[in-house]
Design a protein around this ligand. Structure first.
Ligand code: GLA
Length: 732
């Protein structure tokens, strides 16, 4: 890994063993991209890739020999001079002008990586990464722009963000401040997005890119289940095992935009950042605005390799604290067992059985506080309901601890029900437009987390409860989109800051709670997977993946999630049948076979299982305890797509390639067809492995594949709906 600055050609070359990222100062003084891709040798000068053509274009000026930005690749483009593409940023000067030109001034190269004020970001030791900060200046605006690039030693990854500082005396308004722009020289790519809605999150959608704009966004205040802030572009021939692809992952949890723009001259522009819609950030003298981070990863080895890059990077350089690289406790959550209708005795009865099965952590979900007996009341009143918990959270937590289980509970700190003491006392603390009716979502309103005093108050209430009890885990929920976004605390000119300040408020509450209680394991949740993003992972190392706990639907949801997020971050539980959301009944074995590929736990009352099923659960927990380190942190391979076939298969392989676990699932029976072969991946070609009592060479398993009929008597059959098998492969 290195970052080279060539003084004469004014070019930067960031490289490691796998990638090169090259850009330099353009004839116009702005920055131009020269190359991003597989590692290439360094040279003194790559400026031959800059086009200077006598075409009927607007040129910068006579001295620049027909240099037009439109024909070239920009690093961080503005609109208003000679680039007619979509801009990465826009500044409105005091006189209303919206043209800018940031010229290279100087730069810094240093080992390691800096954090971003108030925002989540990847981090690195000095030996793990190098950072380049390029400072540009617009003299007329009296503003500086700092573009920051980190290259990691071990990963084919560049992390980027930008910062604007106003040094002048006049206020300017940032109308758009995206985090990154990557201009590529051709458009022969397919775009892959991960879209859905509540209960069907992160379904991959692929489409061919061409001239014009392809874009996804969120305007819901959260990153959303509808569009995930992660996109991939890949060559049409790229599959899971070979070919080029580039990933763009936004380390942010609010409104975003991701865009591909194919220009007239073949350029492909990839943009990502905070959604400029409803965004306007006034910058006074001396003030700085820092954008969130985008993590750009590149592979020439297929999509599994791209995903593994994100998995490793996020496990090692994004997730922090005690739970970093730690296998996760097997939990039992009472939500689908009792909903809000429970007594302490009910909870204890579920917990006793959970302990008997081998569960390690008991989680009390919604309904323990205020007048929270249904979803019409109570949010905001973070005080125990004595009718349900006579000795409060501390009393229950101690009883659960005495059984040998850890204890955790559910909160939804950003919300308030109109029917709550908090709202009656502070009706002005919500996001709402004065005089206008507020839209409700699940009968609740959103607290104005852009205001410090609101965040302070919620922190105070939560701190009091957590401080007084042995709490090991918190499920932090967020169950509606933001509407009528207006803050009573902001001036008319500042209303465009509210969405972002809300997210900063959420991050600051997380930071304060983590600082006060560093050992607590946080699981983020937002009606399931409505805020499953890299920003959240910095605070909460795992996320409830979806409220849809049906094993067959979960195969698709977890498969889609695995493209951008580590297996250990995927909250996955075995729930009761018929399934609450789909009405489908699937064996407890298939339910576990899907849930293993995540954090693993149970979302039901184990007392309600038959003796036979309970015995099976006990074995499942033993299995997961033995293999969770491998499943949660091993190299994950998608083998067969549940979107293309009626089957699904995936596997994990240990780092030393001595153990692997394969999961194979039949989502729909195929009567009177041949099952075919399944090719495995990631094994050592020359080693022999034992699988279901027989020995095979690694190359045999990866090239010839396993005959699926072999697994029929063990529980998997393509002519039986919802059958599945999880099998361990060990080197002999
Ligand atoms: C959301 C969550 C569920 C559960 C309920 C509680 O829907 O996604 O897991 O916690 O809230 O109200």
């Amino acid at each position: 890994m290195n970052i080279i600055w060539n003084k004469t050609s004014k070019q930067f070359h960031l490289y490691n063993d796998r990638i090169s990222y090259i850009f330099g100062v353009a004839p116009s003084g702005e920055l131009t991209n020269l190359y991003f891709g597989k590692r290439i040798h360094d040279k003194d000068d790559f400026s031959y890739v800059i086009f200077r053509m006598g075409m009927p274009n607007v040129v910068v000026d006579a001295d620049t020999e027909s240099y037009s930005m439109e024909l070239n690749r920009q690093e961080y483009p503005s609109f208003g001079t000679t680039d007619f593409g979509t801009q990465a940023f826009e500044i409105e000067a005091a006189n209303g002008a919206r043209v800018s030109s940031f010229i290279y001034k100087n730069h810094k190269i240093f080992a390691g990586k800096h954090g971003i004020n108030g925002l989540p970001a990847t981090y690195a030791e000095d030996s793990e990464a190098m950072t380049l900060e390029v400072e540009l200046e617009d003299e007329l605006l009296q503003m500086t722009l700092t573009l920051s690039y980190t290259i990691f030693d071990k990963y084919p990854v560049i992390a980027r963000h930008a910062a604007f500082t106003n040094n002048g005396s006049q206020e300017a308004v940032l109308k758009r401040a995206l985090s990154s722009c990557l201009d590529l020289p051709d458009q022969d790519y397919e775009w892959m997005q991960f879209s859905g809605a509540w209960a069907r999150e992160r379904m991959p959608i692929v489409r061919k890119l061409s001239k014009g704009i392809t874009s996804i966004e969120s305007k819901r205040g959260a990153s959303s289940a509808n569009q995930n802030p992660f996109v991939i572009i890949k060559r049409p021939a790229t599959d899971e095992f070979s070919g080029e692809a580039i990933g763009f992952s936004f380390v942010y949890s609010g409104n975003f935009v991701a865009m591909a723009e194919g220009g007239s001259f073949g350029r492909l522009r990839m943009l990502m950042g905070i959604n400029p819609d409803r965004f306007a950030w006034p910058l006074k003298k001396g003030e700085t605005f820092e954008t969130p981070e985008v993590v750009i990863a590149m592979t020439d080895r297929g999509l599994n390799d791209l995903s593994q890059t994100y998995h490793r990077l996020y496990n090692n350089n994004l997730v922090r604290g005690k739970w970093k690289n730690e296998p996760r406790p097997i939990l039992n959550n009472n939500w689908e067992a009792t909903f809000m209708n429970f007594t302490e005795d009910d909870i204890l009865r579920i917990a006793v059985k959970a302990k008997e099965a081998g569960v390690e952590l008991f989680v009390l979900d919604d309904g323990w506080f205020g007048e929270r007996n249904d979803d019409f009341a109570g949010l905001g009143d973070w005080i125990e309901n004595p009718k349900k918990l006579p000795q409060g959270i501390p009393g229950l937590a101690r009883k659960i601890n005495a059984m040998g289980l850890k204890f955790g509970f559910w909160i939804e700190p950003e919300m308030v029900n109109p029917n709550s003491n908090l709202y009656r006392r502070h009706p002005d603390w919500v996001l709402a437009v004065p005089g206008r009716k507020s839209s409700l979502g699940r009968h609740q309103l959103v607290l104005d987390f852009s205001r410090e005093e609101v965040v302070d108050h919620i922190y105070g209430m939560l701190h009091k409860i957590i401080d007084g009890a042995p709490i090991s885990y918190i499920k932090w929920d967020m169950n509606r989109s933001l509407t009528e976004v207006f803050s009573l605390d902001a001036s008319p000119q500042e209303q465009g800051t509210v969405y972002h300040k809300y997210v900063l408020g959420v991050y600051s509450l997380y930071s304060r709670l983590i600082e006060a209680f560093p050992d607590i394991l946080f699981e983020s949740c937002s009606s399931g997977g409505n805020r499953f993003d890299a920003g959240m992972l910095y605070f909460a190392p795992q996320a409830w993946c979806s409220d849809n706990t049906d094993a067959i639907d979960r195969i698709r949801i977890q498969y889609g999630t695995s493209y951008g997020y580590p297996i250990v971050s995927i909250g996955s539980h075995v729930s009761a049948v018929p399934n609450q959301q789909t009405g489908r009944s699937v064996s407890v074995s298939t339910r576990a076979n899907v849930a293993y590929f995540g954090t693993f736990g149970y979302e039901l009352d184990l007392n309600e299982l038959s003796d036979e099923e309970f015995e099976e659960v006990r074995k499942q927990i033993e299995f997961m305890k033995k293999y969770r380190k491998l499943i949660q942190f091993g190299d994950f391979y998608r083998l067969r797509s549940p979107f293309d076939t009626d089957q699904n298969a995936w596997m994990v392989v240990s780092e030393d390639r001595s153990v692997a676990i394969v999961g194979i699932y039949c989502m729909r029976s195929n009567v009177n067809t041949l099952p075919g072969f399944l090719k495995l991946a990631g094994l050592d070609a020359d080693r022999k492995y034992k699988m279901e009592g027989e020995e095979y060479y690694g190359d045999e398993l990866m090239n010839m594949g396993i005959t699926l009929t072999k697994l029929y008597k063990k529980g998997f059959s393509i002519s039986e709906d919802y059958s599945s098998i999880v099998t361990v492969i060990e080197a002999v």
